[in-house]
Write a protein that binds this ligand. Sequence first.
Ligand code: FES
Ligand SMILES: [Fe+2]
Length: 358
Amino acid sequence: MAAGAMLPTLPYAWYADPAVARVEQERLFAVSWQYAARADQVAEPGQLTTAFAGSLPVVLARARDGVLRGFVNVCRHRGHPLCDGDARRETIQCPYHAWTYSLDGVLRNAPRAGREPGFDRESLGLVPVSVDTWGPFVFVNPDPTAAPLADALVELPALLADGGLDVDALRFHARAVSDEYAANWKVCVENFLECYHCAVAHPALTKALDVSPDRYVLETRGRLATQVGPPRDGGGGVYDATGEIERGQFHLLFPNTVVNVMPGRPNLSIGPVLPHGSDRTHRFLDYFVGADVDESWLADYRALDDQVGAEDRALVEAVQRGMASGGLEHGTLLPESEQLIAWFQTSVVEALGADTDA
Ligand code: FES
Ligand SMILES: [Fe+2]
């Protein structure tokens, strides 16, 4: 294809087909590192929390030996989910028939097991997944033999540090859980990956950040797609964008973890984009700020983020309806302004092992 030629998007059928969602889980989410939780949720022995890796439910637990482990959050007996949310416990007991696992995943007890001569307790432990941490962040990868998280993060920690942010000095502010989006997860990610729509759809953000194509930089490194934008007029009266963080950084760690840093005081939000079937998406963001960030700054910063989030929700849900209308088989990408979407779509196609001409 000639350099600079317009590119077709992925087929719109891929944003609605349950069969594609199943293949994405098997070939993408089942083998990828994804943000799952905060380290403080599982800091001490006996603490556990739940999360999702794509659509796979997982439980993260720190056992008495101090090791943080992850497991598929489904009982080995007959499939009842085991845990929901944060807890402090010595064991994990299934609510259905009370099979009881220790926090290292070993099946300890099953009622009536002694009456079943063939009961093989050792083979019925929880199914392990990989867990790893980076500063205050916990990531999960369903592949129990996954390479370390640091290999997937590539230069992300260094980019944040170079931008003036010390992730270890951040304090947790709040988790913002979004209502489910009526859109495929890829629509949400692709919307995140371009700021071509910012001047049209995000008036407040466009006052605060310089989103012009000559100032707003798009880059990829390995599994990382990065957008870097300077503030405009100290934040343009929307919020105070002056401070030690001189530029906004917006990263996608392929396939579905977003990391946002706004210019101004130390801040970071991080969260996964999680498919719920083929046409619904679940999202949350964990917000962190510097230790001495004051409440009024935080209120302005969150108000802008919430406004941008509401504007993006309307866009992605409308796009899902347009894609599903059946009138068009695919769309068209701008190879320059939407280069990160092109990178994302190529990465999806490679992971799925699919034919790009589909
Ligand atoms: S399904 Fe868990 S104990 Fe039966
Ligand atoms: Fe947006």
